[in-house]
Design a protein around this ligand. Structure first.
Ligand code: BGP
Length: 469
């Protein structure tokens, strides 16, 4: 029992992973390479994704742990390259069979599968043919979506289209792509974005056509943007950044039209995407059933100064994202940071939940939230991650407060169910409830160890939330 507002019945207490970060088996059983396998920007001293957490070979052990943890839902992604190794060619029955086994295992343990269709791992063969710059990739994604619905549609109720499309656009390094700052390159980037929005819309429409019981939604990274001060110029910069970072993506997903502020920005820079005949109809025809989103921390911005500090992508994930000249990123003096310099803002989680709910009035599913930290495996086989418990407890408390504010929240799937490889900071940056015993290059036994947060989260799930203090 809890003295905080109650969550809805059947609340999806879960946890998340993504295929390329957890599975390993990068070329097993006919899998094709993805852009993550082909990445050349992995920092020195950091592992690649070939073995990761070896979940591909240990999924049964892992699902048993998830069941022991008490998960009601498990949010994972399907690797497009297992299902269709080159993205648009022949299907791979062995890859398809793996996800049948994984889903069946989850269902046998009473865990609801929540499936991301695409999480940063475009087939490399498609990338070589132009990737998302090419409209053919939209067709390839729609076909891939159809295969997933055909194969798993009678087992999977919750579908997520594309993970963090906005981060792929604002921070292409996460996809293994370089960011170029010419007008041409940036126009192409927003054309890619447009194609992903079309691909998503087609997948949502197809899902509703073929699986009337299923529910589908987008999964961007959405956070509230604070102005650095009450100066109207700072407030305007925050509003601009929010339009470009958040609402561009959700307005198209939910309403089938571009956000006017974001569109005005793109046009002013000459980087707006070209619409082909029929695009508007495709976008307008699709409707999500819910909004999934990932939340780590808010951003704080001031009016742009016109100087070099306005330019994004300095490598500091939270200070640097975005569009040059729109705002100046500043540190929020009221927030603490984690080991990796990311700001921590549990109250901002409540604010963000309210803001999304106010704008769209759809149920919300949190598909990521969590603390990346250096964990230590003690000699006695324990991992004392009290800092993670503190982080999650504060976020869950704020989520419950948001539910009391009237926000309709379907579930909470923190990142990550089990340790995995970070997007660009290796295995040493850990998020999981379950520790995976390996180093960057020494795989050891890849043994699974329950962290303190495992026992704590199990209790939270059993009690359907945290208490007020
Ligand atoms: C999100 C991604 C995840 C995950 C997480 C943590 O952006 O959807 O794939 O990695 O962030 O980020 P990182 O791994 O960089 O710490």
């Amino acid at each position: 029992m809890t003295d905080l507002p109650r969550l809805r019945p059947g609340f999806l207490w879960g946890a998340s992973t993504s295929a390329y970060q957890v599975e390993g088996g990068w070329d097993a059983d006919g899998k094709g390479p993805s852009v993550q396998d082909a990445r050349t920007n992995i920092p020195e001293g950091t592992t690649d994704f070939r073995v990761a957490g070896d979940h591909y070979h240990r999924y049964q052990e892992d699902v048993a742990l998830f069941a022991e943890l008490g998960l009601k839902a498990y949010r994972f992604s399907i690797a497009w390259t297992r299902v269709v190794p080159d993205g648009d060619g022949p299907e791979n029955p062995d890859g398809i069979a793996f996800y049948h086994r994984l889903i069946d295992e989850l269902l046998a343990h009473g865990i609801e599968p929540v499936v991301t269709m695409y999480h940063f791992d475009l087939p490399q063969a498609l990338q070589e043919k132009g990737g998302w710059s090419s409209r053919a990739t939209v067709d390839a994604f729609a076909r891939y979506a159809g295969i997933l619905f055909r194969e798993y549609g009678d087992k999977v109720r919750y579908w997520l289209t594309i993970n963090e499309q906005n981060m792929m656009i604002l921070h292409p390094g996460a996809m293994g792509l370089e960011r170029e700052d010419t007008v041409e390159a940036r126009r192409d980037l927003y054309q890619q974005n447009h194609h992903m929005l079309l691909a998503q819309a087609r997948a949502m429409a197809l899902c509703h056509e073929t699986l009337p019981q299923a529910k589908i939604g987008p999964a961007p990274n959405i956070v509230s943007i604070y102005p650095a001060s009450s100066a109207p110029e700072d407030v305007l910069a925050a509003d601009d950044f929010s339009a470009i970072r958040n609402w561009l993506y959700l307005d198209v997903a939910v309403h089938g039209r571009y956000n006017p502020t974001a569109w005005a920005y793109l046009t002013s820079k000459g980087i707006q995407p070209a619409f082909a005949e029929g695009d508007q109809t495709v976008l307008a025809a699709a409707r999500p059933d819910f909004i999934a989103f990932n939340y780590y921390a808010t951003h704080t911005v001031a009016a742009p100064s016109g100087g070099a500090e306005d330019v994004g992508d300095t490598g500091d994930a939270l200070v640097s994202l975005g569009e040059a000249g729109v705002y100046r990123a500043v540190r929020n003096p009221h927030l603490k940071t984690n080991d990796f310099g990311w700001e921590l803002d549990p109250t901002g989680f409540r604010i963000t939940l309210r803001e999304i709910h106010d704008r769209y009035r759809l149920p919300l599913l949190i598909t990521e939230n969590g603390l990346g930290a250096y964990d230590t495996l003690e000699d006695d086989g324990t991992v004392h991650d009290g800092y993670r418990i503190e982080y999650l407890a504060e976020h869950i408390r704020n989520m419950q407060l948001a539910a009391g504010d009237g926000v309709d929240i379907m579930g909470y799937c923190p990142w990550s169910a089990i340790d995995l490889v970070s997007t660009h900071q290796g295995v040493r940056k850990r998020y999981g409830f379950v520790y995976v015993d390996r180093d960057e290059f020494d795989l050891k036994e890849l043994a699974r160890v329950r962290k303190d947060s495992f026992f704590w989260y199990r209790d939270v799930i059993a009690r359907n939330g945290v208490s007020a203090s």
